[in-house]
Design a protein around this ligand. Structure first.
Ligand code: SIN
Length: 282
């Protein structure tokens, strides 16, 4: 087997010719470099147990034990991204990046497909490197040197109107709302210098970014909406990943957004997610 890296349309790279549970140090170095270069890597036809998944993720850093997602019954390191045939709403069903509500946002996540619907359930990804590069000069000037406030409370918190209290995913699949209420809201640069690649990336997202620092939500909305609209419309830097048995995606939370499509009503979709700790962003 020869490790081969093939760019995917829009963002990311597919890596073939490897077995992620039996990587040589050289293969791991190549995978790590591909992850740093592209922010999104895919593998196909991987036959992995939960322990293999954990061992692969641990090569990138410490595992974050998710505070809000239901955990795997035997492996607390694995967060369940689950939807059963009787459920209506999914988890992650809108553009977002994970953990921007933390002071040290997660490096990324490794998502393994365990049980897939017959059709549907693809995941969309967007490159925040290209999002930044393709902003026009006026927008780049408007966000130069600015910071933004992020929060998880309106998504995971206790209020009746939080995202998950409005969703049937909040009835058992997502929980621990009291912990969300204790989170202080971090401030991160709107444009970060990526810790692995040194490249600039746009670092705001529609799920967790609430305002520019020093402004109300209302004051922030016109400029923030322009940034979000730029990414929503940026199909040239999106990719759509079609899951198959044995597929794995690993994304960088600092340089990509993702969106789990919810177009498979009445079917089961079970994914195992491991998230890796990150660092403060500058
Ligand atoms: C997530 O947002 O972490 C879930 C992605 C997916 O289920 O495709």
């Amino acid at each position: 087997m020869t490790l081969t890296i093939t760019l995917t349309q829009g963002v990311g790279a597919e890596i073939t010719g490897v077995d992620i549970k039996a990587l040589s140090d050289g293969e791991f170095q190549a995978i790590h470099q591909a992850f740093a270069d592209h922010g999104l890597i895919f593998f196909r036809d991987q036959d992995t147990t939960e322990a293999d998944h954990i061992a692969f993720a641990e090569r990138f850093g410490d595992i974050n034990i998710n505070r809000f997602f239901g955990a795997h019954a035997d492996y607390p390191q694995i967060a369940m991204v689950a939807k059963e045939p009787g459920d209506t709403d999914n988890i992650g069903g809108g553009w977002h990046t994970d953990h921007s509500y933390d002071f040290e946002p997660a490096l990324g996540s490794v998502l393994v497909a365990r049980d897939l619907p017959d059709s549907g359930g693809d995941t969309l990804f967007a490159s925040m490197y290209t999002a930044y590069e393709t902003l026009d000069d006026e927008l780049k000037a408007a966000i130069e040197g600015r910071n933004a406030v992020h929060s998880g409370r309106h998504i995971f918190g206790e209020g009746a109107d939080t995202h998950y209290n409005q969703s049937d995913a909040g009835k058992g699949r997502i929980g621990n709302a009291a912990a969300a209420e204790t989170l202080a809201d971090p401030v991160h640069p709107v444009v970060i210098t990526h810790p692995l690649s040194g490249k600039k990336a746009l670092y705001v997202n529609p799920a967790f970014t609430v305002s520019f620092e020093g402004e109300t939500r209302e004051q922030s909305a016109p400029l923030m909406s322009k940034l979000f609209a730029h990414v929503f419309g940026g199909e040239a830097f999106h990719t759509r990943f079609k899951w198959q048995p044995g597929s794995i995606a690993m994304w960088d939370n600092r340089s990509t957004w993702h969106w789990a499509l919810n177009d498979y009503q009445g079917q089961r979709r079970i994914m195992h997610r491991i998230t890796i700790e990150g660092c403060a962003l500058n």
